[in-house]
Design a protein around this ligand. Structure first.
Ligand code: 3UK
Length: 541
């Protein structure tokens, strides 16, 4: 394999060919040229498609058209290459909330042939340091208000690879020794000679924390980015140019990058970016920007519906849920509150975006959906053999995108016989719908029964006194493990033996009695990752 990069660090640390998944490009839409820069395909080509004067990005401070975004990205790309000596293949860390400036820097980096390493604003210096070291990051671009932890990380970093930090949105333009990217960009031309990358050159390193907490970096190239812009959005979401996207996932989470930036832009639509995106912020944003397509996580849908925050006559037209299993009761609550059937989809950082999903007309409660056109999926046993319909096993997928960890032994674990194995227990029914059971590491085995926590969670969530809930296995001498539920009650409900009994009885009447939670602990909140996933390993400790 070749590369057009001058800095070949990522190329040199790709997994060996025998550990790569199989890639499939059997649709005409997935035939890409050998030379391709996805930033050019998405941004520059939006102008030639006639989108130049359309609104592209809004936030509560400003509105940018496609032409505005292109001008800013080009100016910044000029600064990166001329002033900061960015070489194609260098890794550039981005640190910001979801802002238009973050988007402009992302495009600037990719246009210049750099590799964007987007990070979540909440990360502290230790986590940033791990990313900088693992990715051998040479440049960082940072919202000025988030500088402290990054500067600390730079100082503490073992490899001293991070040489240039550049800031934007600084209110203090006089501070010496600080490079201010947005100010420097003002004196640059708004045209830029885009780097002519191979479609197989890396353009994103997406970090994922994994179950052990040691971060993994997934490598994605220009072709991967264009593939995700084709499959799920074209075949499932089907947005219109008039749509206004909004949502909570950070742009550092590939769910957010795709859903809030790449997909709207592919269709000439627009996005309203929120720096804070709690359920209350989402409601305000939806009203303010008349948003029509919402991307958020299952808990956020549940909270919006339970707290009566959402106006059933709002501008919303489509709602997408991913990141965690969508419990049946949450789907039903949302339908009741808004009349909208949620579009569920499972994606992973390794696969870049969603590969199993169902649109609002084809979704069925309790199932994530069918395999997205362009991908293949099946269920494997422990030895990597395909299992028959209706059998629980390991979810396996292949398609135009796939797992490539940067210099990581865990590559061998994700790939089985060319399939990407996500670590989820699923079954496929006779109609090709995939039904989520649990993470394979979260399956509870009690007295020889396989119990999938999320099934019990969905049941407990349908109890009228329950706000949130998570189920784990607790080690037990007699039974191996018992089902234990952590429950957050609704605001006006008090925790006592009666509520425990009522929840247990509810489960016993709805599901096979052996599945009922023998222990219930009432808690104020559940531990979650920044991408909204319940941290069940913390509850097990
Ligand atoms: C879980 C789901 C059931 C599942 C992601 C959309 O979540 C994303 O990527 P991550 O790497 O996590 C992947 C894991 O999360 N999961 C995600 N969606 C669902 N489980 N139903 C779902 N709908 O365990 C998976 O293995 O953080 C999601 C797009 C891009 C993404 N990166």
């Amino acid at each position: 394999m070749k590369t057009a990069h001058l800095d070949t660090f990522v190329h040199d640390n790709l997994p060996p060919p025998e550990l790569l998944p199989e890639f499939i490009f059997d649709l005409p839409e997935l035939e890409f040229p050998g030379n391709m820069n996805c930033a050019v395909e998405i941004l520059d080509k939006a102008i030639s498609k006639g989108f130049g004067n359309r609104v592209c990005i809004q936030c509560d401070r400003l509105t940018w058209t496609y032409q505005d975004l292109l001008d800013k990205a080009n100016q910044m790309a000029n600064v990166l290459t001329k002033e900061l000596h960015l070489k194609a293949g260098n890794r550039v860390l981005l640190r910001s909330a979801n802002t238009p400036e973050m988007v402009a820097t992302w495009f600037a980096v990719v246009k210049a042939g750099g590799i964007a390493v987007a990070t979540m604003p909440l990360l502290r210096s230790l986590e940033l340091r791990q990313i900088i070291d693992k990715g051998q990051v040479s440049h960082a671009i940072c919202d000025h208000s988030l500088r402290e932890e990054l500067i600390k990380a730079q100082q503490e970093c073992e490899s001293k690879c991070l040489k240039h930090i550049s800031f934007f949105r600084s209110s203090d333009t006089t501070q010496e020794g600080q490079h201010l990217l947005d100010i420097a960009a003002l004196s640059q031309p708004s045209t830029f000679e885009n780097f002519s990358s191979l479609s197989t050159d890396c353009c994103i390193l997406a970090f994922t924390s994994g179950t052990t907490g040691v971060p993994k970096a997934t490598i994605h190239n220009h072709r991967d980015v264009m593939s995700i812009c084709t499959c799920w959005p074209e075949f499932v979401l089907k947005p219109l140019a008039s749509d206004v996207f909004i949502g909570s996932p950070p742009l550092a989470f590939t769910f957010g990058l795709g859903g809030l930036i790449l997909f709207p832009m592919k269709f000439g639509a627009s996005v309203a970016l929120l720096e804070k995106a709690s359920p209350k912020d989402l409601v305000v944003g939806i009203q303010q920007f008349k948003a029509s397509i919402l991307f958020t996580a299952p808990t956020s849908y549940r909270q919006l519906a339970l707290e009566g925050l959402i106006d059933p006559l709002s501008s919303l037209r489509k709602c997408v849920s991913a990141g965690e299993a969508l419990p049946g009761p949450t789907r039903a609550l949302w339908k009741q509150a808004t009349g909208i059937e949620i579009i569920d989809g499972i994606g992973t950082t390794e696969m870049l975006h969603i590969f199993i999903s169902a649109n609002e007309h084809e979704s069925i409660p309790g199932a994530t959906g069918k395999v997205v056109k362009g991908y293949k999926a099946c269920i494997l046993d422990d030895d990597g053999n395909e299992l028959p319909v209706g059998t629980i096993g390991h979810l396996a997928v292949k398609g135009p995108t796939g797992c490539r960890y940067l210099n990581d032994e865990r590559q061998a674990k994700y790939i089985k016989k060319g399939w990407n194995v996500t670590g989820d227990a699923y079954l496929m029914d006779e109609n090709g719908y995939f039904h989520y059971q649990s993470r394979t590491d979260d399956m509870i085995i009690s007295s020889g029964y396989n119990i999938a926590g999320p099934e019990i969670e969905a049941c407990i969530l349908s109890h009228p006194i329950v706000a949130e809930c998570a189920v784990v296995g607790e080690p037990d001498e007699a039974r191996g493990a018992i089902v234990k539920a952590f429950v957050v009650l609704k605001a006006d409900i008090s925790a006592n033996d009666l509520s425990t009994k009522s929840i247990q009885d509810h489960v016993k009447t709805q599901l096979a009695p052996y599945k009922y939670p023998r222990k219930i602990e009432f808690v104020k909140s559940l531990p979650r990752t920044e991408t909204g996933k319940i941290q069940r390993f913390k509850l097990r400790q």
